[in-house]
Unconditional design. Structure first.
Length: 289
């Protein structure tokens, strides 16, 4: 009797799990919007991105997801259309490792439709570490150099930025069920950040001598690189000269293809194609005598 009760209680939950867990695989590109990339969404200077995660369907419309993603973003003033920014000659790159938890909503139930738009939002923690290449081609990490005076006593309002931070992912796309157990999607996912230093550029130049005494010659070299432009006669800007725009935080985004693969098989989850209506909805099966 006890065994019967246990089966009666847990069997429905077990069958539900078989219908609701999915493996998500993502591949596409990553880019960012900030002081060195003025376009809100572009493939210019984009780099690759990929990720994997788990999805659990609460209903035919709502799902919970968790993903681990990796991408590379970067930009350079030499591609800028503004002459003053091109003369600044700054650049950066960084890899981004992100772990997120998302809630997702499908406009249509994919158990009865082949296509559906969807949206998602959630919370994420990510790690970045901006760097640039010096005039000799050597990689230089920028955060320890305090290029805008972060952490220097002469600039008490400029604090060092953390390399691991929180973000708010949001986005959407469209899904297409290609088989009973596989769904493909194209999506764009934006990340709202709480830092303006993803690219190590935010506010104003600091005094050249102060920066040299605190962080050395390399910090001065990486804070302003206009002198490296061929034919340039520019010199390091005066203390307080605008270097970036602190009024707008940086963003990064992933865009690409996601494949969702059922981790378990449940033959009763979907009706065969012979039982589907012309519009993709399910017809009732015929009686069998």
């Amino acid at each position: 009797m006890k065994k019967f009760l246990l089966v009666a209680i847990f069997a429905p939950a077990f069958s539900m799990v078989h219908a609701q867990w999915h493996l998500n695989l993502f591949g596409g590109f990553a880019n960012y919007f900030g002081d060195l990339q003025s376009k809100a969404y572009t493939t210019q200077q984009a780099h690759g991105a990929f990720g994997a995660g788990i999805q659990y369907d609460l209903t035919g419309h709502f799902s919970l997801l968790s993903n681990l993603s990796y991408g590379q973003v970067g930009a350079a003033d030499k591609y800028n259309m503004q002459a003053d920014l091109k003369a600044r000659n700054l650049s950066f790159q960084t890899s981004i490792v992100e772990l997120n938890v998302l809630a997702e909503y499908n406009l249509l139930d994919l158990s009865t439709h082949r296509f559906t738009p969807y949206v998602f939002a959630g919370i994420a923690v990510y790690h970045f570490n901006p760097y640039a290449f010096d005039s000799l081609g050597q990689r230089v990490f920028l955060q320890p150099l305090s290029t805008e005076g972060e952490g220097l006593p002469q600039y008490p309002d400029r604090h060092p930025y953390a390399l691991t931070q929180m973000a708010v992912p949001m986005g959407g796309g469209i899904k297409w069920r290609v088989s009973e157990h596989v769904v493909l999607a194209y999506e764009i996912g934006l990340r709202k950040l709480f830092t303006d230093y993803l690219d190590d550029v935010s506010t104003r130049y600091v005094d050249q001598t102060t920066l040299f005494n605190a962080r050395g010659a390399q910090a001065v070299q990486m804070a302003y690189r206009g002198g490296e432009v061929k034919g340039s006669t520019s010199t390091y800007p005066a203390d307080g000269t605008i270097r970036g725009n602190p009024g707008h935080k940086d963003w990064y985004y992933f865009s690409g293809i996601r494949a969702s693969i059922d981790l378990f098989t449940n033959s009763n989850r979907f009706m065969s194609s012979s039982h589907r209506g012309r519009n993709g909805s399910l017809d009732c099966p015929k009686k069998v005598y």
